[in-house]
Design a protein around this ligand. Structure first.
Ligand code: SF4
Ligand code: SF4
Ligand code: SF4
Length: 378
């Protein structure tokens, strides 16, 4: 994607952009994010975000931007899954979404399957390093950090950092997910605008805003937010850091795939047999789209064993996995699902030159057209 212009904007203007999307009638709904609030105590859990559909501009009071960049939606939620399941894939209405790079890949796969209408989307993409998981749980072990005093978070080379009410900054020993560490798609595939905190200090009140489409430019102009051209030192810091993050991710990906390839087949089978058929990987997968899941029915009828259950799911999803890692991140049995799917994607790329989630015009290789296109006789 070509970037038309780059600016620095105050982070607080992000919600102004969301409001303008609604007031200017560019969309009818926005999938926003809300932090978890305990119903009894009203205590805020800033590490646990869930999606929420908003239709009135006045209902956008605050968008938890630094939390969203650092943690994403919690558990089995993701933008692409929520858009498909709760907002009908934007087939009949215009929807504004905030999407991570893997979400944009999932949207492309869902569009190929006619489950999402891309033309109806206004996409604000995130340029990201990845997500930190289970932060609430991990911080319970670290008494030196008071979650109630955190005002901002940011992931850097050392892991997750927090800024506190008194202005101090502390690095935790919390790392991003293993899948994100080896993900080499850190920028959205499709977007109208891109927001990034990479190359910007946690102490800054600003974020980078990149304009990708005319639609994106139109929103920024209509919203009348103050913006300044991206200073050259931040532009360089953003580019250098992104190049470094990608290089490190590609190296880890190659190393992890090599180790996985060395694992004997019986060991891989043993891992698959640890599946408890809980179905969380299906709930979490943005490209598992069937309303009536055949596996849920077979499990209910006690008509399937663990190995067949998981192998069936792998076969269903194999040529559309966008490597988001949600299946692995949610699996209570720690099945190595994300590296398994990555190894399949590597094989498909090598054999059929096919990579899911990169272009709507790429035909899945399992269709005859895909094989003809790739030139492979296999
Ligand atoms: S899998 Fe990649 S694109 Fe998705 S959240 Fe992790 S780093 Fe970002
Ligand atoms: S989440 Fe894990 S245990 Fe549950 S069905 Fe999926 S692979 Fe099996
Ligand atoms: S199979 Fe796993 S890694 Fe692949 S798209 Fe689904 S949830 Fe994401």
């Amino acid at each position: 994607m070509d970037i038309k212009a780059e600016y620095l904007i105050k982070s607080e203007y992000f919600q102004k952009l969301l409001k303008s999307l609604l007031t200017e009638k560019l969309v009818n709904k926005i999938i926003s994010a809300q932090v978890k609030v305990d119903k009894k105590s009203n205590a805020i859990d800033r590490f646990t975000l869930s999606p929420i559909t908003i239709e009135k501009a006045d209902d956008i009071v605050d968008f938890p931007l630094s939390n969203f960049i650092a943690y994403g939606y919690a558990r089995t939620d993701s933008t692409a899954k929520y858009l498909h399941q709760s907002v009908g894939g934007a087939k009949d209405t215009k929807v504004g979404i905030i999407a991570r790079p893997c979400d944009t890949r999932a949207l492309i796969e869902l569009a190929k399957l006619h489950q999402v209408k891309l033309d109806n989307l206004f996409i604000i993409g995130i340029e990201d390093r990845g997500v930190a998981l289970n932060v609430s749980r991990d911080l319970k072990k670290d008494k030196s950090i008071d979650p109630n005093k955190i005002v901002k978070e940011k992931i850097d080379d050392n892991g997750l950092n927090f800024k506190f009410q008194d202005g101090t900054i502390k690095t935790s020993n919390i790392e991003i997910s293993d899948n994100c560490l080896r993900c080499s798609r850190k920028t959205p595939v499709i977007a109208d605008l891109i927001v990034s905190d990479i190359g910007v200090s946690i102490d800054s009140e600003e974020v980078i805003l990149k304009i990708v489409s005319d639609k994106g430019n139109g929103l920024v102009e209509k919203s009348k937010i103050e913006k300044k051209p991206l200073p050259s030192e931040i532009k360089s810091a953003n580019k250098e850091k992104m190049d470094e993050i990608l290089k490190t991710a590609k190296e880890k990906r190659a190393k992890d795939l090599e180790e996985w390839a060395k694992l004997p087949e019986d060991k891989k089978r043993e891992e698959i047999e640890k599946c408890s058929m809980c179905g969380l990987c299906i709930r979490a997968c943005p490209v598992c789209y069937c309303v009536d899941c055949v596996l849920a029915k077979k499990k209910k009828d006690k008509n399937i064993n663990k190995e067949t259950y998981q192998l069936t799911r792998i076969a269903h999803v194999a040529d559309r996995c966008v490597e988001c890692g949600n299946c692995y991140n949610n699996c209570p049995s720690n099945l190595p699902l994300s590296i398994y799917f990555m190894s399949l994607n590597e094989a498909f790329k090598e054999k059929y030159n096919y990579c899911p989630g990169e272009s709507v015009s790429d035909i899945p290789f399992r269709s005859a057209k895909g094989i003809a296109k790739s030139g492979s006789k296999a």
